[in-house]
Design a protein around this ligand. Structure first.
Ligand SMILES: Cc1cc2nc3c(=O)[nH]c(=O)nc-3n(C[C@H](O)[C@H](O)[C@H](O)COP(=O)(O)OP(=O)(O)OC[C@H]3O[C@@H](n4cnc5c(N)ncnc54)[C@H](O)[C@@H]3O)c2cc1C
Length: 384
């Protein structure tokens, strides 16, 4: 399937080929092992940094490549070729959700201390918003930062945090104002919390994304210096919202990438595998299923690229991004299930990529704002 579709140009296509080569050489051959280890090595970040892939959209002045979101979009799509949703998720969390708030809201000093080493692969980042008592309802978080001389003391717990074991710093949402009743959206701030005394991570075990370290992180009397306040005091909700559109687009692009590969491999399998004296694709039911799935990949790609085009053009395409996230995550999961079915018993076996891809795809309709939350947003946008 051609990927040279607007908004991408020849330049992006060259980047795509170079990323693809890097992934084929450096990441994909190890995916199976990393999944079994439930961990991919930190050196992956060094390798990505050496290729300039941790700073595609960041300015050269800070060690980035001076590109924009379209360059990053190519990476989001191609990372699916790693064949390990967990590895792609760990890299994605670093470049798509942990570092963007520092780039957008950080002081120059914070950028030098966190963004520059993050682009070099020396410091790995995580974003800590979700808590045991607050997921979709972000404003209900209860991790508290108490003002003390020279900074803050943080107590509370975050959960389901990607890179939560390995991260050197956690961009953390905290409550910084006490009011009765709680101010909800107006009492959240962000602190960049270093992995230090009092920061305790516990790895979680998951259905998919095995190579990524998802963790509960508890903060026990953690001192955070004043200069680590990110953005405005009590202005954290704005910071959360500012990156949601990109996070959701990145997820949509990742799904489109994963769907494309799953379709290609499943079609190849169906041409090869014989049943009742002919290839599976020679049976109309399978052929039609693959035709439907190709249509789904194409639809998801078109809707995602349209939202991306608008986003890059500086529109605020809340409706289009929300629709792209909603459509692609569910469609990806359904496509993986259908592709697994076409593989028959082989699809249930560890040695076939589709077993992992089907498990990995289940996260999409939950993470980064669930399907139900996407529908709630659309309900508001559509004035329902
Ligand atoms: C593998 C993994 C990685 C993650 N990585 C990160 C990370 O790096 N950083 C981070 O901060 N978070 C992360 N998350 C958290 C993720 O964003 C949340 O799981 C997600 O936002 C849903 O929150 P919840 O799990 O608390 O579910 P809940 O909010 O408890 O929702 C439970 C169910 O109820 C539905 N629901 C909730 N509210 C409504 C409503 N108003 N109307 C209808 N239905 C509703 C939800 O859609 C869902 O189906 C990760 C999660 C997973 C599983």
């Amino acid at each position: 399937m051609s990927t040279l579709t607007p908004p991408f140009s020849d330049e992006h296509e060259q980047l795509r080929q170079s990323i693809r080569g890097f992934i084929d050489r450096e990441l994909a051959p190890h995916a199976q092992q990393w999944e079994e280890d439930h961990w991919f090595p930190d050196e992956v970040f060094d390798k990505l940094a050496a290729q300039g892939l941790l700073g595609l959209k960041y300015p050269e002045s800070h060690g980035g490549q001076g590109g924009d979101y379209l360059h990053e979009a190519v990476l989001c799509e191609e990372l699916a070729r790693t064949g390990s949703g967990g590895t792609a998720a760990g890299i994605g969390a670093h470049v798509n959700i942990a570092t963007p708030p520092i780039w957008k809201f950080g002081s120059e000093e914070q950028k030098q201390r966190y963004l520059v080493p993050a682009i070099r692969g020396e410091k790995i980042g995580a974003l800590g918003i979700t808590e045991p008592g607050a997921g979709s309802d972000v404003a209900a978080i209860s991790t508290r930062a108490e003002r003390v001389d020279g900074g803050w003391v943080v107590n509370g717990e975050k959960t389901y945090i990607t890179n939560g074991v390995r991260a050197h710093f956690i961009v953390t949402a905290v409550k910084t104002k006490k009011t009765t009743p709680p101010a909800r959206h107006h009492d959240i701030s962000f602190l960049i919390v270093d992995r230090d005394e009092g920061v305790v991570s516990t790895a979680l075990h998951k259905l998919g994304w095995h190579a990524s370290d998802t963790a509960t992180i508890s903060f026990q009397d953690v001192f955070v210096p004043e200069q680590n306040l990110l953005g405005e005091l009590n202005g954290g909700f704005k910071l959360i919202m500012a990156n949601f559109q990109w996070e959701r687009l990145a997820m949509a692009l990742g799904a489109v990438g994963a769907m494309t590969i799953a379709w290609e491999r499943t079609a190849a399998f169906a041409r090869e595998r014989q049943a009742f004296g002919r290839p599976l694709s020679g049976h109309q039911a399978i052929r039609h299923k693959l035709a439907d799935l190709a249509t789904s990949v194409y639809t998801c790609r078109c809707v995602t690229y349209d939202a991306l085009r608008r986003f890059v053009a500086g529109e605020e395409p809340l409706k289009e991004v929300t629709m792209a996230k909603l459509l692609t995550q569910r469609a990806s999961f359904e496509l993986m299930d259908a592709c697994l079915q076409i593989h028959g018993g082989a699809g249930y076996m560890r040695e076939y990529f589709i077993e992992r891809a089907a498990r990995d795809a289940r996260l999409g309709p939950i993470g980064g704002g669930s399907d139900e939350i996407m529908r709630e947003i659309l309900g508001r946008v559509l004035a329902l």
